[in-house]
Design a protein around this ligand. Sequence first.
Ligand code: ARG
Length: 567
Amino acid sequence: MDYKKYIVEKLNVEGMSKEELYDLIALPPNTEMGDYALPCFKLAKLLRKSPVMIAEDLKNSIMSDTTITSDKVLAEVSAVNGYLNFKINKDGFVRATLDKILNEKEKFGASNAGEGKTICIDYSSINIAKPFHIGHLSTTVLGGALYRIFNYLGYKAVGINHLGDYGTQFGKLISAYKRWGDKETIEKGGIRALNELYVKFHQEAEVHPEYDDEARAYFKKIEQGDEECLALFHWFKELTLKDVQKIYDMLDIRFDSYAGESFYSDKMQPIVDELKEKGLLIESRGAQVVDLEEYGMSPCIILKSDGSSLYATRDMAAATYRKNTYDFDKCLYVVAYQQNLHFKQFFKVLELMGKDWAKDLVHVAYGMVSLEEGTMSTRKGNVVFLEDVINKCIEKAYKIIDEKNPDLENKRDVAQKVGVGAVIFGALYNNKIKDIVFSYDKVLNFDGETSVYVQYTCARANSVLQKGGVVTAYEIPELTAEEIELVKALATFPETVSAAAEKYEPSYVARFAVDVAQKFNKFYFNCKILAAEDEKTKNFRLALTNATLQALKNAFALLGIGVPDKM
Ligand code: ARG
């Protein structure tokens, strides 16, 4: 039950919509005052009355509504110091919340709010033959979480890996492979071996500038469809995708499309033509650009002086293709804030072209991830492969688990869930725009605001249920403060998921999980579950434990993190 909605339905304030009222209803810091409150000073200007009077008048009018008593939803309405406070009927609230969770199970928190709407999500978007490094962590897990969250809310999410598979670097790679590479080493070494070739090319090209010309020629050949060059290019691509698939599997990441930059090679001309037709293209030092000075931006370059396309050109073709193919309601780009200008520019150019859907393109920007000093696994200056970070986290998790619980079965399996979870949660727990310093000790802290803390809490709940039985039918006993606080936290899950989608902020779901876990542990330590004073109380507490475990599992499923039964 949405109590806020209920309250708003009963409230009538002249000159204010129900939506506006809904947004004004707040949770008082002190639950002694009430469960919800309307701060009436926010209405004073509109109603030209003092907040104290407004609260008093609203209270009188709401209390004259006879349905208030018959509904039994509210236990008390009071006007205190300009606040209109609502106390809800605790028993009814607790029952409604638990029943909802226990009935809806893995669907608790889901909805059909997005039915009929499509959301494209461009995320992870790796570069072929380049390392999949720690910098790709956020886009991958943020995008993955948003993909699951939107699907959960009934949207049709389309996950797109906009592969970086276009540019002279592929000519360089072919040149390097032909000169120094051999099939077996590359097959075995995958991305790392390809990257080594690439690095070697750059070193050698410094003394042999003619290599660069050769590379350009090879790239041209790819573009012209030369069989041998194309075959090599596809092979590099295949090797890269096979390598990253291992990581995607660990992180539970899926895509519906791998249409990358090269896919748009033949789809840019119409864009260029249209820009010309609409008089938007101007020449600047030989290049074709769209002037954006009026909007406080440097020009968006569409074609270089040699006629070749740019990243932005391909992105414009991609956006157009996506609109035509998926007819999206929104198209999200989960890309680091370093690319802010790029997105602002090409969104603006599409708008200037008169594409009314340009307003539906959203750059979901996030901050940088760096490793804590001293934990660099490779030499300074070298890239840190994401795979190494994940594996190291799994290894460290294994050590901790082995120390804490040497007799645990499936230790490897548990360590995998804990280690991978820690990496994901480490990247998702904070507001996405914040820069993150990744620390193994911090993300694996059993007592911190961490995934392992939540997982451990789930194992605790699971063990209680194993001993006491999985209860779904119960009566409501005299409720303790810990129980009410826990139920209140649980009840926020559906609105938390919606807010996470609306603000593109999976951290809300991560924070929900930690909040619930903390409240469950307070309840666990202060209220006896299995040794409760009577059968009715025990039964209720088992049902509450069951509901808590369910809600935590749902939250973690959205983040792509597994929950071990035992730890
Ligand atoms: N491959 C790009 C990079 O690593 C990210 C691509 C993001 N998506 C896009 N449509 N531009 O920087």
